[in-house]
Design a protein around this ligand. Sequence first.
Ligand SMILES: [Zn+2]
Length: 167
Amino acid sequence: MTRSPFLVDVSDLLGRDVPARSVVIEVVVDWALEMSRILADPTLVANLSIGPVPGGILVRGEVCYAVEHACRRCLIDFVDDGCSPVAGLFETDPGEDAYPIDGTTIDLESFLRDETLLGLPLLPICKESCEGVVTTPEMGLNTDSPGDSDATGSPFAVLRDLLPPED
Ligand SMILES: [Zn+2]
């Protein structure tokens, strides 16, 4: 039986006056935003400190990951890595900003997903100097030099039209 790597038993902490303990979670995730996707390799690593607070459990720490973004300017995919600070409250009777405690277990998945995705740039850019989508001049359609076109007759006809009319 596989147990979710995000589940942490907090029976040793809940309602007790004990120091926080550290928990490390290394896990393959499939989390994404519109322009960004957390990569499976290397795995996401969360270094957490889990400790009791009145009414619940406080989880703090840092999550590190590799992420593939589509550049907002040039639309080319690029890979970046980063770490985001995370903090969340778990409560038996969760308030608006808290995650639930299920018996003596906390499930860190939605907490870590929320915090990780929140830490990503909203408008990823491959590099500060990115020029955006390069619009290639349509050279291929106009490679004929004006001089060798049969359709328009003599190129001097054009020049003649540009000259001021003679009196
Ligand atoms: Zn770019």
